[in-house]
Write a protein that binds this ligand. Structure first.
Ligand code: OGA
Ligand code: MN
Length: 382
């Protein structure tokens, strides 16, 4: 546990909750000296180089999804967290732009599901990008404009659509998983020693500067022998990785744009949370700034496409204040299938439109965004 943060925890207290509050606090801002920064990371007492399998991914296959050759990745493990792998921005220069554009323009499109669908009719959530791009792409007039739909986006689900109310996936709520994101996930997991990963569900989280994600475990997937992959783009975050018990003291680490986290083995079911979004450090911000079409490298059979200047103007403006996180999960073991609709007893019955756990009231992020897993009642406000 971090020294600074440790001083706020007395024995027997809920260490995770205290440390979460410590890093979420605005005034005075928390001391960040004990937050592990893998990108600066001279492997220290807690960080060690992680072993990857460079032979599992050809350079061409890596380039085709925008990744550097595996031998050039800087991957780390963390003492006390077997199965946890942190890959410090393995993306080729320029290729994050493609993934950011997919997250903002492509993946929120139907048939995928997003928080706005919980209280808006399908016709109004049909073209989130088209209805936001003009305003987001042009310099602000200085006046406070109403928020665009893109700025109101909090989550998108892909593949098996996670049901926030029942905390289950269902065979009845499934749409095709994007081939490009599957391809990226397959290369990452193969390099980490999981050659047969099948991307079946993803959750995209869209964080504003004041957003956070509460303490939880991702345990809704039926096959927990497969890793959970996490990709971060845009602004930075503090990520807290705890233990198998909800109260275990967590380790704090930065996640910057391009960083990839793999939670596998005993680390697959650890408690974790995101208490704070932070401005990207200068060197990462620069990498994100000018990533036009020209800088894309293309491998044979790759999925990357150039990002137009007009699209990049919107993306770049969005990520100047926001963070996008994508977690990709395998839900079922090979040859197994998911049950259908969950029993009605598990479905919320109160009247009115169903509101997703992470969804604030219409038009605002002033409301609560809740993440309830493991029967926990942890609620985090944005
Ligand atoms: C999640 C999650 C972490 C992050 O979506 O389950 O833990 O870094 N995301 O945003
Ligand atoms: Mn999670």
């Amino acid at each position: 546990m971090a020294k600074m943060a440790a001083s706020v925890v007395e024995s027997g207290e809920d260490a995770f909750r205290k440390i979460f509050k410590f890093y979420k606090r605005r005034e005075p801002p928390p001391d960040l000296r004990d937050v592990t920064d893998f990108c600066r990371g001279v492997p220290g007492d807690k960080i060690f180089p992680a072993e990857l399998d460079p032979a599992a991914v050809s350079d061409e296959a890596a380039a085709g999804v925008g990744l550097k050759p595996v031998r050039d990745w800087r991957a780390f493990g963390l003492q006390g967290y077997p199965g946890f792998i942190f890959i410090s921005n393995p993306f080729l220069r320029g290729s994050q732009a493609f993934w950011v554009r997919q997250c903002l323009k492509t993946y929120p499109q139907k048939p995928n599901i997003c928080n706005l669908d919980m209280h808006m009719c399908p016709a109004d959530t049909q073209d989130i990008w088209g209805r936001s791009a003009h305003e987001l792409g042009s310099p602000s007039s200085g006046k406070r404009q109403p928020k665009t739909l893109l700025e109101k986006l909090r989550w998108v689900t892909l593949g098996y659509h996670y049901n926030w109310d029942t905390k289950t996936y269902s065979a009845n709520s499934h749409t095709p998983f994007p081939a490009d994101l599957h391809s990226l996930s397959v290369q990452i997991s193969a390099a980490c020693g999981f050659p047969e990963f099948s991307s079946e569900a993803a959750i995209l989280n869209f964080y504003r500067p004041d957003s956070s994600l509460g303490i939880h475990v991702d345990e809704s997937e039926l096959d927990r022998t497969r890793p959970l992959l996490s990709f971060s783009f845009g602004q930075s975050a503090i990520f807290l990785l705890g233990g198998a018990r909800r109260t275990d003291a967590p380790t704090a680490m930065f996640m910057h744009s391009g960083d990839v986290m793999v939670m596998s083995g005993p680390s697959r079911l650890l408690y974790h949370a995101v208490p704070r979004i932070l401005p990207a450090p200068q060197e990462r911000a620069e990498v994100l700034e000018h990533l036009g079409a020209a800088s894309l490298q293309q491998g044979g059979g790759g999925v990357l496409e150039p990002v137009s200047d007009a699209d990049w103007a919107v993306c770049s403006r969005y990520i100047q204040s926001s963070r996008v996180n994508v977690t990709v999960r395998q839900v079922v073991a090979p040859g197994r299938s998911l049950p259908g609709t969950p029993p009605p007893s598990l479905l919320r019955t109160e009247g009115g439109p169903t509101v997703g756990y992470r969804d604030g009231p219409a038009g605002g992020d002033a409301g609560k965004r809740k993440r309830r897993n493991s029967g926990s009642d942890d609620a985090v406000e944005t």
